[in-house]
Design a protein around this ligand. Structure first.
Ligand code: MCN
Length: 795
């Protein structure tokens, strides 16, 4: 493979369209006139029995077509929604019904679904539904869940959905022998990813073909398709799911299906009409999903050099009212908490708890930000205790470059050992120190202190298992025009897949970058696929696309060799033209990919040169087929990639902050990132991903929290109150440096990058603010008023 484009900062081709407002999102799908619209009646209470629902006033309203409550659901639709990714430790998994059966467990839970001519009518009709509730005491927050004075689900004792423990040795014995021990009690509050485009679904039922077409804003088209088919009693082949442009997913759109994603198709089929639902912002806050939300207790034993001899971590994970997505978040926290370090013995125990709040599913970083926070606060605490530089303690615990593959002795969600494939953490530490100016900082800090200014520097290190399986596939089709159409089943939310994948195809196939068109998230084009999450697209689809393009290339060379009367090995493909190696393109024997595509079809069309209309066709010479005997007509390649295990990306972030001595305002003076995602396909895209992640991380560390009151009402369910950082709050420039330790697990040596920017945020800001203030932060996020209060406590 030539690598003309791999590693190049090629401009994102999709941005012309997206930045000019020409993206087409679920709400833009214009399917047919007379489309019906929906509204959902949602619970105003966090915990209540439903005594009665009276919908009698609804159907009288002109323009209202139907209303569904639980009692109207039949067959699989009347069963709870599926529990995705079950785990043996999840002994008490509970999922919600598409419409609440006889009880509501969080404010926002769907109770009734109304379909009307327009959204206004549907909302008005929802207002006419009368529900009688018998209120129950709500369980809000981890402390209330642990106290278990009240139960979210009557049949789940102690509100404990799952308890899981892993240990790599006898932690008590190791702790007893350690020269020093420390304990830390830490908190990370609940937050949410809040994509600018909320959830939206459109469905059309075609009675002539008995087929359902769904357009939905999802990260997993095939997952939606599977559950819609199962719930509606349809064959998979009767359901097509197309994912249009997605205005951000960040994890919340992997949770499939949402009740609305089932109810819209149900209504479309029942009414024989096209039906559309687009949620509003408040609905997104109160009825999609949140994340983070952990309370952690760490006990650590270490020696005089800060070497970790025993690490004993317990944490409690707030899962909200239901567990639709298994234990993936706390399992990731527990297994990737160790980051680049190798403690001699590690034990981790967690409990996943039910609360009467919105459920918790993966949000960018998915459990890693919490793990990184616990580990990095511990590293800082050890350094503080020993009076050592924080980088020195970290360096004393790194897995060394010659120790890969490195087995942490832990078992991941899929039952396999957690083995890191490659990395170079000492080199990365040197790079980040240089990038942020670590060694010069103490002098600068003193200088600023002399002027009455408080500045602090922080560092945080992490690893990230990326490119999780089981598989992803790709189909590469070379058309007679020479254009190359590539289909892969995962979806795209703005990660630049069109560009990066086109780079891979151009390099592997030898075609022109501009000739490649990538289609994602359409089950008609690629029915077998998994989806976009866990920073897996580059590794999974990137590898599948490479393999599929190789297959297409082999066929190109077979046909071209025949046409050029040359040996396949003597040929090369450059800019979409096949030629004999070393021969000049002008004058030498050449054939372009479009002509090879024509030759690949024994049924030949002749084109009128001027109009390009097919005028006649002839059957190719039967005695001399243009393709090998066992070849099928057409010029295409298809392949799937399935990895042995995840590949481990890594990174280190450093930040310099200033805290105002009077107002406690926190300002970011410098932010630096060194990142290793193996071989880079497109460094500019990776840097964009890191910028986006850092911005999201700044929100999580300094501004965003889900403010529930004691009755389970979310007090900040709007962008007026939920403080997402604007461009004014995000660092002006983020200094980024790359390290490339190729993964030995996939053909291109790639590791994922999509979540990297957000993972260490809470940890790195806690480290820097603690350094500025001279006391250790234990709870994140931190606002100026929190900092102000802490100062008073520590004064
Ligand atoms: N890339 C690269 N070289 C590498 C690794 C990645 O050039 N060695 C490029 C890829 O080609 C891709 C991008 O970087 O264009 C991210 O790749 P990858 O790490 O595989 O992540 P995914 O494409 O699977 O995206 C998922 C990831 C996740 S899990 C969340 S959450 C997230 C994120 O991406 N959500 C996003 N980034 C997002 N960006 C946008 N704009 N919107 C979201 O919803």
């Amino acid at each position: 493979m030539t690598t003309k484009l791999m590693g190049q900062p090629v401009q994102r081709t999709e941005d012309q369209r997206l930045l000019r407002g020409r993206g087409r999102y679920a709400d833009d799908v214009a399917v047919s006139p007379g489309t019906l619209h929906c509204a959902v009646l949602r619970s105003p209470h966090a915990h209540a029995r439903i005594v009665d629902i009276d919908v009698s006033g609804v159907l009288d309203v002109d323009g209202v077509h139907a209303v569904w409550t639980y009692d109207d659901l039949t067959g699989p639709m009347a069963e709870p929604l599926p529990l995705l990714i079950p785990h043996p430790a999840l002994t008490e998994g509970r999922t919600q019904y598409a419409l609440a059966k006889d009880r509501v467990n969080y404010v926002g839970e769907a109770i009734a679904f109304v379909v009307a001519d327009d959204r206004y009518l549907a909302e008005d009709a929802v207002g006419r539904i009368e529900v009688a509730y018998d209120l129950l005491p709500p369980v809000v927050g981890i402390d209330a869940a642990r106290a278990a004075e009240h139960l979210v689900h009557d049949d789940v004792p102690g509100n404990v959905a799952a308890r899981m423990e892993q240990a790599t040795g006898d932690v008590e014995a190791a702790m007893a022998k350690a020269p020093h021990t420390l304990t830390l009690d830490l908190t990370v509050e609940r937050s949410a990813c809040t994509p600018l485009e909320g959830r939206g679904t459109v469905a059309r039922w075609d009675p002539d073909t008995d087929r359902l077409q769904v357009w939905t804003s999802t990260q997993t088209s095939t997952g939606v398709r599977a559950v819609v088919a199962a719930k509606l009693g349809l064959d998979l082949g009767q359901v097509d799911v197309v994912t249009p442009d997605v205005g951000g997913g960040f994890g919340v759109k992997i949770n499939h299906p949402w009740p609305e994603e089932l109810l819209v198709p149900l209504a479309a089929r029942a009414l024989g009409r096209t039906v559309k639902f687009t949620e509003d912002r408040r609905e997104h806050f109160i009825s999609s999903a949140h994340e983070r939300g952990q309370v952690q207790h760490v006990e650590v034993g270490f020696d005089d050099d800060g070497r970790l001899l025993a690490l004993d971590v317990r944490f409690w994970h707030d899962h909200g009212a239901y567990i639709p997505y298994g234990l993936i978040v706390p399992i990731i926290t527990s297994t990737q908490l160790l980051g680049p370090y190798k403690p001699e013995v590690y034990r981790v125990v967690f409990e996943s708890l039910y609360t009467n709040t919105v459920m918790v599913t993966p949000y960018r970083g998915a459990g890693r930000p919490q793990g990184c926070y616990a580990m990095e606060r511990t590293m800082d605490a050890i350094a503080g205790f020993l009076g050592k530089d924080r980088t020195e303690v970290r360096a004393a615990n790194f897995i060394q470059p010659d120790e890969f593959p490195y087995d942490q002795g832990l078992i991941f969600q899929d039952g396999r050992e957690l083995e890191y494939d490659s990395g170079d953490y000492p080199a990365m530490l040197e790079k980040i120190k240089a990038l942020v100016g670590w060694d010069d900082f103490p002098a600068y800090q003193q200088e600023m202190a002399a002027q009455g200014r408080r500045v602090g520097i922080g560092l945080a290190c992490y690893v990230e298992g990326t490119g999780v399986g089981p598989y992803e596939g790709a189909h590469v089709h070379i058309e007679t025009s020479g254009k190359v159409k590539v289909a892969t089943g995962l979806t795209t939310q703005g990660q630049g897949h069109q560009t990066a994948f086109a780079q891979l195809v151009a390099d592997t196939l030898g075609c022109r970058f501009e000739d490649v068109e990538v289609v994602t998230g359409d089950t008609r084009r690629m029915p077998y696929a998994v989806g976009t999450f866990a920073s897996r697209a580059a590794v999974m689809s990137g590898s599948a696309i490479h393999l599929a393009a190789l297959r297409a290339r082999e066929k190109v060379l077979r046909i071209a060799a025949d046409a050029l009367e040359a040996a396949e090995d003597d040929l090369e493909i450059n800019d979409g033209v096949v030629s004999v190696k070393g021969n000049p393109l002008d004058g030498g024997a050449v054939i372009d990919l479009g002509t090879v595509a024509v030759l690949s079809n024994p049924l030949r069309y002749a084109f009128d040169e001027k109009s390009r209309v097919a005028t006649q066709f002839t059957v190719g010479d039967p005695g001399k087929p243009p393709v090998a005997e066992d070849d099928e007509p057409g010029l295409e390649g298809k392949d799937f990639y399935s990895p042995e295990r995840s590949t481990f990306a890594s990174g280190m972030h450093a930040v310099i902050v200033e805290t105002d001595p009077d107002t406690a305002e926190i300002s970011i003076l410098k932010y630096a990132v060194v990142h290793d995602c193996g071989r880079l396909i497109n460094p500019m895209i990776v840097e964009g991903q890191i910028h986006g992640g850092v911005a999201q991380g700044v929100g999580g560390a300094l501004y965003e929290r889900m403010a529930y009151d004691e009755s389970g009402q979310l007090l900040n369910a709007s962008f007026m109150d939920f403080l997402m950082p604007y461009v004014t709050e995000v660092p002006d420039g983020i200094d980024i440096d790359h390290l490339e330790t190729p993964s030995p697990l996939n053909p291109l040596g790639i590791k994922g990058a999509g979540e990297a920017g957000v993972i260490p945020s809470a940890a790195v800001f806690a480290s820097a603010i603690s350094d500025a203030e001279g006391f250790a932060l234990t709870a994140m996020p931190i606002s100026p008023s929190d900092l102000f209060t802490l100062r008073q406590e520590h004064s």
